[in-house]
Every structure is written in structure tokens, then in C-alpha cells.
Design a protein around this ligand. Sequence first.
Ligand SMILES: Cc1cc2nc3c(=O)[nH]c(=O)nc-3n(C[C@H](O)[C@H](O)[C@H](O)COP(=O)(O)OP(=O)(O)OC[C@H]3O[C@@H](n4cnc5c(N)ncnc54)[C@H](O)[C@@H]3O)c2cc1C
Length: 474
Amino acid sequence: MKTVAQYIDSLRERKLRLWVDGERVDDPVEHPKIRPAINAIAATYALAHDGDEDTRRLATVHSELIGERVNRFCGLFTRPEDLIAKLELQRALGRLTGTCFQRCVGLDGINALFIATHKRDGHQRFVSWLAQVQRQDLVLNGAMTDPKGDRSKRPVDQPEQFLRVVQRRPDGIVIRGAKLHQTGAANAHQIVVMPGQGLRPGEEDFAVACAVDVSADGVTMVLGRQPSDDRRGGPDAGNARFGGQECVVLFDDVFVKNEHVFIDGDVEASGVLIDAFAGFHRASYGGCKPGNLDVLTGAADLITRLHGVRRASHIRDKLVEMAHLTETIYGLGRGACGKCSQHDSGIWQVDRILANVCKHHVTKLPYEIVRIAEDLAGGGLSTLPSLADLDHPELGPALQTVVHSRERAQALRLVESLAYGAGSVPFRIECMHGAGSPQAQRIVLERHIDWDAKVARARVLAGLDEDTELAEIS
Ligand SMILES: Cc1cc2nc3c(=O)[nH]c(=O)nc-3n(C[C@H](O)[C@H](O)[C@H](O)COP(=O)(O)OP(=O)(O)OC[C@H]3O[C@@H](n4cnc5c(N)ncnc54)[C@H](O)[C@@H]3O)c2cc1C
């Protein structure tokens, strides 16, 4: 398993074609807008080598595939407890970094691919590739979301809006298109390309899942800009050391060798993949987001202490509300992982309904928690001068008095970052759209809830039908 230093060195060995704000960036590792996101991923490597045995056990897992302990972010869910451990690790990392640590889409993607390729052409190739990923402890960018253009049209009607196979050769395939919102792409080693939506017969060219090296010819990445971007990297950033990252990834006729093609032209396997991924990833939000919310609650609490209002009953009540909403999300994530079942492939899957309810709450409750944090923080949250002004030899003394303290200023910056600054992208907006926008969860719930069972019991208790389940009670 890689150490933090080995991970960062491995990033320097890549030859990325990366653009930031209209400029080509040759060394992403030292770039101020990228380094915080690299630091957040580095935390996943740090915990795997942590001195504390419990932490190491959480951050690593025994791989039956290669017979060694591997970083949990490269592991398969081969035991029910793996799902719980993943969630606990996500909460711990969400709390430690206060942001998105970018390895979950890849983790959920490999488990979904194991299921989707099971007993199909491509499974052996996938497993051989995964063994390499585990040995080398690689960061995987899970790439599903296509641009989609006009959402009312199918991929065949606007192929340029979907990643697709444009050529099949004896030694591999050539893919063209783009994937948007790619978490951690510029900090990854490989891109796991997957279809972004259910496909129909006739749409086989879009049914492709494969692994692409981030340095492959034809791959271009463009970093997303974010609010408060000019504050990244220093204490004024709010979160001084850690940040998230999303890129547009362009695939301009990228060749993928056969060994790295896991699904090609199989629309049914693509459907299984999307279904399995959605379950895993929607439950994931019950881990990472509560961890981020712990940080937001902590920052709000700190400000109330610095303001001398912590003991007021309405302040205590609002902090309790923040915690209660956070634990609601976490409880649903735990519930989805706890109520798991084993797929024929051996992979343990979360409960589909609870995972979707969990993610659906994530599209709502953090917004209420942010509202409370903004209430508790006061207006200084958005109007404070920069820390450079507070430290200025001329201005500083006067400002330090009215601003109260540097401690207060930095706590306010942290709330600002999570509420609507750089930290809000991998937190709030990710809560809304990551793993699918709200309607995506409602569609799954409508499909999978057993409506007839509810009606049947209601009919019995209304006296319309006989009670066959509790027949002995008169
Ligand atoms: C911070 C962040 C990180 C992300 N990380 C990743 C990642 O690592 N990998 C990845 O693959 N993706 C990632 N995503 C993408 C995420 O999965 C998508 O944003 C999500 O699936 C929604 O897709 P969209 O953004 O295209 O919005 P849309 O699908 O356009 O949704 C916008 C609105 O339109 C509605 N809508 C959409 N289609 C229809 C339709 N046909 N009819 C009626 N209404 C419709 C939706 O319900 C929603 O209300 C990330 C997103 C964010 C914000």
C-alpha cells in the first residue's frame, strides 16, 4: 500500500494534459487550486498507515483477490461488515478533511463492475485489472456522467453528448466523448469509464465500461472553477489544507486495449452496473456527508462560544437540531449497509430502498443545517475583511479589536467555505446532484416499494379482506 509520499510522487510520474483557467498546467501537484484536493486524497493513504490499529483496520481490508491487505478504497465488499467499515471510514475522512476525499466513486464503481460483469464476457479482464489496481494502490476516477445535451433526447439522437465506441479493432476499442463533473480526475491514476444512464437495444455503442490511464493519448482534463477560488490554499480559504476537485474530461479518440475493456455493447450489463452503482453510491453519502456536517456543526458551535451565546437555550436547541439531522442521514446510511444482501457474484449489496432514502435526505437536510449555521454565525460570515487586512501592521490592531479575534475570523471563513465558498461544491452541490439528482431517487423508490403489500394490509385492517397473517387472533 502506498504511503502519502509515494502517492504524491506517483502523481508526478503522470503526463497529464490538464488545463486550469485557460492555462496548461504541467505540475498539478504544486498548483494552489489542485494541491488541497490532492491533500484530501492523501488522507486516505495516511490512515492506511496510521499508528492506531483500529484506524488501520478501518482504512485497509484483506483482499481475497491478491491475498494481501489493501487500501479499503481498492477493496471489494466480500463480507457484510465491509459495507459498514466503508461507511465508518467515509465519516472519519469526511470529518478529518471537511471535504470530499474523491475515492468513493471509484470504489463503488469497481464493486458495481464486479457485479455487472459477473458470468459475462469481460469479468476475467476486469478481475485481472483490479488485481493490479490493488497491488499498486491506485486512485480511480469513476466516470459516469455524460454531457447529455437535450435531456429529452436519447443517446442515438445526439451521440456527441455521450461517450461512445467509435471504432472496434482486433486489439481494442476507440472511445470518443466527454464525462463531466469528474471528482478527483486530476489527482487520479486511472479513469474507470462507465455508462451514465440506462440504455436500450440499438444503443450498444454507448454501453461501454473500461479503464483508461489518465495520461493516455487523447485524454484532456479541464479543472472546474469554484466560488472563492482566489482564496484557495491559505487560511482565508476557510478550509486551509483540504479541498475537492471536479474536472471536465474530454476523450478525443482514445484507444483502450482489450485487456482494459470490461463491457462493450452489452446494454443489459450496463443496466446492472448502473443499478448496483446507484445503491452503493447513494449509501456512501450517509458516511462522507455526516463527516462534513460534523465539521460545519463544530465551526458553528465554536463561533457561538466565541460570541458568548453558547449557553442560550435557542442556540443549544439549534446545535442539537444540526446534530439530529446529521445523525438522521448517517443512520439511514448505516441502515442501508446493515440491511444488506449477497449478490451471486459474492459481493454484498446495500438495501436499495434505504440507500435511496438516505441520498434523498442528503439532497435536503444539509441545506437546513447550512441555514442554521448561517443563522448562528451572524453576518460576519460574509462581510469580514480578509486575513491579510487583519494581519496588516497599520490596519491590524484596529481591525483585530472589531473583528474580535483571528480565531473567530477563521471559524467564520470555514462556515463560509462550506456554505457557499470553495468547500460548498464538493459538499452542498454534491449533496444535491452527486449520485443523481433528487428525482433519480424518487424514481427508484416508486419502482421498488411494494405498494401492493401496503394496500393488502390496509384492506385487511379496514375489514375488507380476511387476515391470513394473524388468523388466530379473533
Ligand atoms: C460536486 C459533484 C461531483 C460529482 N462527481 C461525479 C463523479 O465523480 N463522476 C461522475 O460520473 N459524476 C459526478 N457528478 C455528476 C452527478 O452524478 C450529476 O450531476 C447528476 O447525475 C445530475 O446530472 P446533471 O448534472 O447532468 O443534471 P441533470 O441530469 O440535467 O439534472 C438537472 C435537473 O433536470 C432534471 N432532469 C434531468 N433529466 C430530465 C429529463 N429527461 N426529464 C425531466 N427532468 C430531467 C433533474 O431531475 C434535475 O432536477 C458529480 C456532480 C457534482 C455536482
